[in-house]
Design a protein. Structure first.
Length: 332
């Protein structure tokens, strides 16, 4: 019985991955070039585009956001943008366990080891990947057509965000081109701007989940109406914060006020909380029906549940509390 179940599920997951990959390619070819850069005066348009992608398909949004973020990183660190037909990902997760190292080979750098959570591992032509060097962690550009680049089958078993194609990847003597110096990936202002872009994708996904309640709600039922009202409040508040963050980024793109990290932590926490509230309220208001009978809603709900776990929850809140505490310290 287990063998039959596995045989039935694996082709479905592969089909989902390929479908999202095809739409990702089409998005890069047709729309990626129109995506505004963060901090260039049109950040709200950028966040709105990511929000719309999240409302359409969170797995597609994850890949598109990665390419858009890579484009911004390359520009910020003085590199050429992606060329025609190139699809980029950003792979910078650092979970516990074996990591990725970069070693010198004459004038070149070679990457060795494993990188977890490489979204678009099969469909991206290039990646920006963080790796450890003797001097510290830095960012490298890699091509995915090198024979030493190997996505590890079976390392992405997720039902939620299945189409994001996020396996671990093994690197064996893969050439890497340095992008920025040691620590440049994290130290640049755009790292914080990019984190808010991810939150825009989350909120788009939350709006898609809320659509099920809004379009099918029996508002003559006071309990259903109350859930719909609470969902509206959560999304309106989080979206308002998102648009205000876009305005603040355009007003201070280089973070001369040193507030970008505080802003990013606040926006992401507010967005994550709103997404959790929407998932809870919509589920309580609609019951099991949409989850069992509406494939699109079921996918939206499970994708959002997985995607918001990119937020580091209490660790991020602890960091936020530390920054807030410094602001309110003695003599301030």
């Amino acid at each position: 019985m287990n063998v039959g179940l596995e045989t039935r599920l694996v082709p479905d997951a592969e089909e989902v991955r390929r479908s999202v990959a095809d739409r990702f390619r089409a998005w890069v070819d047709a729309e990626a070039g129109d995506m505004p850069l963060p901090g260039a005066g049109r950040t709200r348009e950028r966040f709105a585009a990511l929000y719309a992608l999240g409302r359409t398909d969170l797995s597609l949004a994850r890949l598109a956001e990665g390419h858009a973020d890579a484009t911004a990183i390359l520009r910020e660190l003085g590199q050429a943008p992606p060329g025609p037909g190139e699809r980029w990902g950003v792979w910078a997760a650092q979970p516990p366990g074996t990591g990725l190292e970069a070693r010198r080979d004459g004038e070149a750098w070679l990457l060795e080891g494993y990188k977890a959570y490489c979204s678009g591992a099969h469909s991206c032509t290039h990646g920006l990947v963080t790796a450890d060097t003797p001097q510290g962690r830095r960012l490298f550009a890699v091509r995915t057509d090198h024979p030493g680049y190997a996505p590890l089958e079976g390392t992405w078993q997720a039902i939620g965000m299945a189409g994001s194609d996020t396996p671990d990847v093994r690197f064996t003597a893969v050439p890497g081109r340095p992008v920025g110096g040691v620590g440049a990936y994290l130290d640049r202002p755009g790292f914080q701007h990019g984190g808010i872009g991810v939150a825009a994708c989350w909120l788009g996904g939350a709006r898609a989940v809320a659509d099920t309640l809004q379009t099918g709600a029996r508002t003559e039922d006071p309990l259903t109406a109350a859930h719909l009202g609470a969902v509206d409040v959560a999304l309106y508040a989080a979206e308002t914060v998102l648009w205000e963050a876009a305005r603040a980024i355009d007003a201070d793109p280089l973070d001369r006020s040193d507030t970008a990290r505080l802003r990013s932590l606040r926006v992401r926490a507010i967005a994550e909380r709103a997404c959790g509230d929407v998932l809870d309220r919509v589920g309580r208001a609609t019951g099991a029906g949409p989850l069992c009978h509406d494939p699109r809603h079921a996918r939206n709900a499970v994708d959002l549940t997985v995607y918001i776990r990119q937020h580091h929850a209490d660790r991020n809140l602890a960091e936020l509390g530390g920054l807030v505490g410094q602001e309110a310290g003695p003599g301030k």
